[in-house]
Design a protein around this ligand. Structure first.
Ligand code: LLP
Length: 416
């Protein structure tokens, strides 16, 4: 459920008609519904209530300060993946003791920054990283909390690029190595290894892989006689992009809770897409409709792969709606952007009732991994981000300008 619905023939966000927003704000833009965002966070909170987990929104899915602030205000923590995300998380007002930090490549200075800020925990992805955290901690005379990120070797039934929990992937630590670490915690006396983490992938629409991974981890904990204070099972709850069957938060909870309800340790979750995905759309304008002699029709819009890369990168399906309902006979279109690559498309061979130039389209479920993955490719300024909250439309990030495109560049004296 989300708050982007037709009233009559007009698409609205929380009852604000999109044509009104378009009059004030040039396309392309991302538009977020505050209500949808918070509702989805609360769906997870309610479904997992029995275990009272710490829910750390994975801010790599959407790191807009207002998006993070809205969730932090509801009690969320944040899952971060870089020094930049730590900086933004603190700017969003997230208490440091609600921050968890994963990444296979944390640098020494990022580690120092996070230790100084006293985050809740590092999710450590390798022995060399653990040694690095231990040595930075010794230098700073601190003892940061650490969870070992396990690689449980479980296939997550999702796109290969976003499968993370199988043994050939770069993420996490295998069970044997983890056991060695737990047997030799004295070697890492400057860190407190009290948690276990796992994240097996993203956009997982089946509940079973979570259960398989958790069972393997519980087995490991029992066999190696480890006492932990928290188990972080990562993110990955999949959403319905219009082609797959959506699972509800209750579906995931029903599978996971029975495995953990008698355990003493705390549960941590890191959902990103489930919270932000349906809460955002990308609105664009149809610039031209081009019919070729071969019979193909292209709707050329003013948003491209630099704005939303998911279709190009993962062949991802996003539902596309017309801002004002179209009534003519459906035809097949490739909905493409202005970028100079054939891989620049938002949809291929999509049935659509007669698209017309000058009309507006909404790319649905673009709230997660949308703006955050956008770029300046083809020297296109990144779009604005807007948020509807309590019936008001707010710019939560201004569109970039041409000046922004050259920020930081310096003309060499040879070319002056
Ligand atoms: N925790 C960790 C350690 C992660 O690496 C991720 C996502 C999450 C949590 C959140 O996963 P979620 O609940 O959002 O599935 N760009 C891709 C998705 C990449 C996911 C990376 N890690 C996409 O557009 O589908």
């Amino acid at each position: 459920m989300h708050e982007f619905n037709y009233r009559g023939d007009t698409l609205c966000c929380e009852n604000v008609p999109l044509p009104d927003i378009i009059k004030e704000h040039p396309t392309p833009f991302y538009l977020y519904s505050h209500k949808t965002l918070v509702d989805h966070f609360n769906k997870i909170k309610a479904a997992f209530k029995e275990l009272n987990p710490l829910i750390c929104f994975s801010m790599k899915s959407n790191s807009n300060l207002n998006v993070c602030k809205a969730l932090v205000a509801e009690g969320a923590g944040l899952d971060i993946v870089s020094g930049g995300e730590l900086y933004k998380a603190l700017k969003a007002g997230c208490p440091a003791d609600r921050l968890v930090y994963a990444s296979v490549g944390k640098t020494e200075s990022e580690i120092e920054y996070a230790i100084r800020k006293n985050i809740f925990a590092f999710n450590v992805e390798s022995v060399p990283e653990l040694i690095m955290i231990d040595s930075v901690a010794r230098r700073l005379a601190r003892q940061p909390r650490v969870a070992l990120r396990l690689n449980p070797d479980v296939k997550a039934d999702t796109h290969d690029y976003i499968t993370t929990g199988t043994k050939e992937k770069k993420f996490g630590i295998d069970f044997k190595t983890a056991e060695d670490i737990f047997d030799n915690t004295n070697k890492y006396s400057n860190v407190s290894i009290k948690g276990i983490h796992a994240h097996i992938g993203s956009q997982i629409t089946n509940t079973e892989p979570f259960a398989v991974a958790i069972r393997k981890i519980l087995d490991f904990i029992e066999k190696s006689n480890i006492v932990i204070e928290w188990l972080n099972i990562g993110g990955g709850f999949g959403i319905d992009y219009g082609v797959e069957k959506a699972r509800t938060a209750e579906d995931f909870a029903a599978k996971i809770i029975p495995l953990l309800s008698d355990k003493k340790f705390k549960l941590v979750l890191e959902p990103g897409r489930f919270i932000a995905g349906a809460a955002g759309i990308l609105v664009c304008k149809v610039l031209y409709v081009k019919a070729t002699r071969s019979g193909k029709k292209f709707a050329i819009v003013d948003a491209g792969m630099n704005d939303l890369i998911r279709p190009s990168l993962y062949n991802a399906h996003h539902e596309i709606l017309s801002v004002v309902k179209l009534r003519s006979k459906p035809e097949k279109y490739d909905i493409v952007g202005p970028i100079c690559e054939s891989g620049d498309f938002l949809a291929l061979d999509r049935e659509f009732p007669g698209i017309v130039a000058g009309g507006y389209l909404a790319v649905m479920s673009a709230g997660a991994y949308g703006f955050v993955m956008s770029s300046n490719y083809n020297s296109r300024p990144r779009s604005s981000e807007l948020m509807v909250i309590n019936g008001g439309v707010n710019v939560v990030r201004a569109a970039e300008t041409y000046r922004d495109l050259i920020r930081g560049e310096k003309i060499l004296k040879e070319f002056k």
